[in-house]
Design a protein around this ligand. Structure first.
Ligand code: FE2
Length: 375
């Protein structure tokens, strides 16, 4: 397997699955009201919309928050015996839906089904006084789904069925702009199956791959392939565990999530020093590497705009590729189970994912696993 090999087979053939961007990310959580409050207060999201008893929905309550182009939906069941409840029982709080914004949801769904996708739900028109939306869904890894969203004829707050959620509490944004990429963890041996699925069903291309020689420490290893859609707006790295002396972070995720699922959501900022300072002040905890990381940083990545002592103070990591450099940092896991976390990333030309940080980072993650007794 090539390392950091950019796939040269990408041709300018017709993209059969044009995707405009990430429309929203929906989490099934045990307490949507509190989860929404957490993402508002700690990450600087704003109230956008809500649906539930007040809007005539009897079995679930959803709160939608927004920051620039990022929309997060938190949904909880209102009674026992629901599909949402079963999802939470099995996986804990986690990502259920990665919604993709498309021009034509019916077309996207039909193309995907024709190419082997399993249906989650058929195209349906949803409308209210603000217009209409067409949505359709397909299953991907684990119990995660993609929902195609066509919203060109809609100007409401979020989706039909939701009402504007107005609150007096509007904490300042932290500078988060858009979803840069979302990573899926799949079971041992399943990575290539899902790589093929994204190629065949959604027309994605593999743009990078990392093997256990790139991503291994003394104890643990993993493999990863990065899938991108035609215009590069959607990037889905897919990880699988590789054999190591101890249990990898991917194994730990799969044990606690009880299956494949979304490992992290990477959100972009234009000013990572500001964003991370804000997040820390609001209680977000990050994975930190030993300060020796910064002793050789400039040697490794060359001159950068940001003061190294500031990066060191905040624990921000830096990596460089042929096109520029990037700054990144990873939160600790964000719910009771050691499963999903967020990455904050600032790209200054670089289009890669921080391979140069993997070793330091994974050793740091192993120290966390050690504390949990799951290494
Ligand atoms: Fe990432």
């Amino acid at each position: 397997m090539d390392t950091l090999a950019v796939d040269t087979s990408v041709k300018d053939e017709q993209d059969f699955m044009p995707i405009l961007g990430t429309d929203y990310v929906e989490f099934y959580v045990s307490n949507a009201k509190q989860a929404a409050h957490f993402y508002k207060s700690a990450f600087g999201f704003q109230s956008l919309a809500q649906a539930g008893l007040e809007t005539g929905i009897k079995d679930r309550q959803s709160f939608v928050v927004v920051q620039d182009k990022i929309r997060l939906v938190f949904t909880s069941p209102l009674k026992s015996g629901t599909e949402i409840g079963a999802h939470i029982d099995r996986h804990g709080d986690g990502v259920k839906v990665i919604a993709l914004w498309v021009e034509d949801a019916t077309y996207a769904y039909e193309e995907a089904i024709k190419r082997g996708a399993e249906s989650y739900f058929e195209p349906r028109k949803e409308s209210d006084e603000h217009g209409e939306i067409i949505r359709a869904g397909i299953h991907t890894y684990g119990e995660t789904v993609h929902i195609f969203v066509e919203r060109k004829n809609y100007n409401g707050a979020f989706l039909p069925g939701f009402q504007k959620w107005e609150t007096y509490y509007t904490p300042a944004p932290t500078g988060l702009k858009y979803v840069d990429h979302m990573v899926g963890n799949v079971e041992l041996g399943a990575m290539n199956k899902w790589v093929k699925w994204y190629e065949e069903v959604l027309g994605f291309k593999q743009i990078l791959s990392f093997d256990d020689k790139d991503i291994s420490t003394e104890y643990t290893a993993l493999m990863s392939k990065v899938m991108s859609n035609g215009n590069g707006r959607i990037k889905f790295p897919i990880n699988e565990p590789a054999a190591g002396l101890k249990k990898s972070q991917i194994d730990e995720y799969i044990d606690f999530y009880e299956g494949a699922g979304v490992q992290h959501v990477a959100v972009a900022t234009d000013d990572i020093v500001h964003t991370v300072t804000e997040l820390r002040n609001r209680g977000i905890e990050f994975i930190t590497v030993p300060t020796t990381y910064y002793d050789v940083l400039e040697e490794r990545v060359g001159k950068i705009d940001e003061p190294i002592d500031k990066l060191k103070e905040l624990g921000i990591l830096v990596d460089r590729d042929d096109e520029g450099y990037l700054l990144q940092i990873f939160t600790r896991t964000l719910q009771a189970r050691p499963t999903m976390f967020f990455e904050i990333i600032q790209r200054k030309g670089a289009t890669s994912f921080g391979k140069g940080n993997f070793k330091a980072l994974f050793e740091a993650i192993e120290r966390e696993q050690e504390l949990r007794g799951t290494l």
